[in-house]
Design a protein around this ligand. Structure first.
Ligand SMILES: [Zn+2]
Length: 76
């Protein structure tokens, strides 16, 4: 399980169950386990500080790779 955090304010955004190796480019919504300070605004997902984390693509979030950091281990 990964913990996705905002790169600007370091707030936790959500926990994500990642399948497979490699970078976090998309986050499938069905694998987002727990949401903290993230909200949807105008087709984007934002941190409460206003940082745009990614865009809403229906079944997944297309991540803005400069906007987030993560901790934890990749599984699968
Ligand atoms: Zn933030």
């Amino acid at each position: 399980m990964l913990t996705i955090k905002c790169s600007r304010c370091k707030s936790k955004l959500y926990k994500y169950y990642k399948v497979g190796k490699g970078k976090v480019i998309k986050c499938h919504k069905s694998r987002i386990k727990k949401q903290f300070g993230i909200y949807r605004d105008n087709g984007n997902y934002k941190c409460k500080c206003g940082n745009i984390i990614g865009s809403d693509e229906d079944s997944y979030i297309k991540m803005n790779n400069k906007a987030f950091i993560y901790t934890g281990t990749k599984e699968g």
